[in-house]
Structure formats: structure tokens, C-alpha cells
Design a protein around this ligand. Structure first.
Ligand code: RP5
Length: 170
């Protein structure tokens, strides 16, 4: 478990179906670290440890989690099953799979039935980072210091984009 900010417990849970998802999901954790958001990261496999998945979801609200970022690949049932068992917002990250490049993961996560939402992000690293930025934005609604950090982050991105130059055609 990783926590920062001297807060009593994690505000954001980052879970994934396998340690093989870490390469992607570390991008979510890096953002949470950058913004000083208390968080934890764990493997919670929907298929290999379903009882743990249910326990994690059932305890999420009581433990003070404000968002769960869930990444999985292939038959990516982790985000949807978490959402089925908790009203804590679940942010789903499709991890690129070996054979179908994550389109299978995306479809598995995004096609939730009406009534049980999972906020679904892009396949891969961008999706993982954006899920964390979305969680930061949720928390920033009630945390002025965090909102200031998020606005500064956006301003830096804008400045970097404005400073971009293109090669002169030959
Ligand atoms: C999913 O199966 C995991 O989320 C992972 O993306 C995929 C492959 O898992 P490993 O076989 O690498 O453990 O449950």
C-alpha cells in the first residue's frame, strides 16, 4: 500500500488484474504521486481472486475511498464487477492485450448495462494517466489546493503546446 499527504488512508484505489498490468497502471500512480493524493495500488484479479474483488468493493466506501481506478486486459471484468458491488465511482482503464491490442479490454469495460456505470478511459498509458487526472479533478471539487495544482498542470501543458515548433518543409 502506498499513501502520501499524511492523510489517514488512501482516497484513491488503483487496482489491476495482474502484475503484468503494472507497466500501464503505473502511469495512474505516477499522476497521483505527482499531485500528492493518498492512494494505494494492488492486484485484485476478477477471475483469479473473485472473493478478494468482492471484499475490496464492499469495503471501499467504509475505508474512505473516493474513486477506484481499475485496469484490466482481455476479458476485463474487474472494473464492471467492482462497480456492481460499490457506489464508489469506478474509472476503468483498458490494458492493451497481446492478441487484440486492448480493443477486447475496451469493449469489455465500456459496454456496461444501464444502471451500473464505469467511466471508461483510453486503452493504455494515456488512459491510465487520464483516469488519475479525472480522480484528481473529482477530489479538487472540494480541495482548493488540489484545484490550484490541477490548474497549474493544465497551464504548463498549454505553455508546452504553444512552444511546439514544426520542421520547415524541405
Ligand atoms: C487480465 O488478464 C489482467 O488484467 C491482464 O491484463 C491479463 C493477463 O494477465 P496475466 O496472464 O499476464 O497475469 O486478467
Amino acid at each position: 500500500m502506498t499513501t502520501t499527504n499524511n492523510l489517514p488512508g488512501p482516497l484513491v484505489g488503483v487496482v489491476m488484474g495482474s502484475s503484468s498490468d503494472w507497466e500501464t497502471m503505473q502511469h495512474a500512480v505516477q499522476i497521483l504521486q505527482q499531485f500528492g493524493v493518498a492512494h494505494e495500488a494492488r492486484v485484485v484479479s476478477a477471475h483469479r481472486m473473485p472473493d478478494d474483488l468482492f471484499a475490496y468493493a464492499e469495503q471501499a466506501s467504509g475505508r474512505g475511498l473516493q474513486a477506484i481506478i481499475a485496469g484490466a486486459g482481455g476479458a476485463a471484468h474487474l472494473p464492471g464487477m467492482l462497480a456492481a458491488k460499490t457506489i464508489v465511482p469506478v474509472l476503468g482503464v483498458p490494458v492493451a492485450s497481446k492478441h487484440l491490442q486492448g480493443v477486447d479490454s475496451l469493449h469489455s469495460i465500456v459496454q456496461m448495462p444501464k444502471g451500473v456505470p464505469v467511466a471508461t478511459f483510453a486503452i493504455g498509458n494515456a488512459g491510465a494517466a487520464n483516469a488519475a487526472l479525472f480522480a484528481v479533478a473529482q477530489l479538487a471539487l472540494h480541495d482548493k489546493a488540489l484545484a490550484d495544482k490541477l490548474n497549474a498542470f493544465r497551464a504548463e501543458q498549454t505553455a508546452a503546446a504553444r512552444a511546439m515548433s514544426l520542421p520547415v518543409p524541405g
